[in-house]
Design a protein around this ligand. Sequence first.
Ligand code: MF3
Ligand code: CO
Length: 270
Amino acid sequence: MIYLKTAEETEKMRAAADLTSRTLGEVARWIKPGVTTQKLDAIAREYILDNGGRPACLGYQGFPGTLCIEVNETVVHGFPGPYVLEEGDIVGTDLVVELDGYNGDSCYTFPVGEIDEKVKRLLETTLASLGHGIDAAQEGKRVGDISNAVQTFCERRGYSVVREMCGHGIGRDMHESPEVPNYGRRGIGPLLRDGMCICIEPMINMGSKNIVIERDGWTCRTRDRKPSAHFEHTLLISGARPEVLTTFRYIEDVLGDRAVRPLTDIETDR
Ligand code: MF3
Ligand code: CO
């Protein structure tokens, strides 16, 4: 069952998404070598509670954090903890915030200090692929058009697409129908209709696409332990151009020229 949002619900989705984005902007201020991932988690939790929201991941099927923490080879669903960020790491912070009964969901992968050029390129490619997925999210097209846009952009540049984890519908529940895979064929899957809210979240690996789940039952990492990147936006299908409800603007204001830039086609052969 795919729920189309009413105008009233759309307004609530905008507010939840904005709080999600602003929270990641607060997290951005703390990204530097020497900071623990549990500190990032505490910053996010306090900011959400101060602003009347609820950290939706905390306690979800027993998940122990506000943020999912994704350091280097961690793909998704890592726990916040005592790990101290080091120069050269990348760290994804994936966040769902519930506000007034509706959910916003966004993820940004931060460089910690100076990072390897090849890892930087992985981040730029993954961010750009999110943009291409958004461009494909047009009323009257199908989920497969989004999936294919993400997949082809990344695979053509030599990266691999995680298969087991997908984007998703969102609304009253953090995960609603439809599933939004990051791989697939054009023209297949559910029809995109005005009023649908979906999350697009490419999870892109530098090495092979294979993943393993750690013994904690949650932490998902690459099998080859090469890095993985993850960016996510919540959006509303609306004619030829979706309304992107979350934004990285707050993060970019903090990071300035350290923000990840989406790879442009012209740079592909750099
Ligand atoms: N933000 C994740 C997603 O994009 C969901 C987090 S799963 C949780 O789907 F269990 F940690 F909540
Ligand atoms: Co999501």
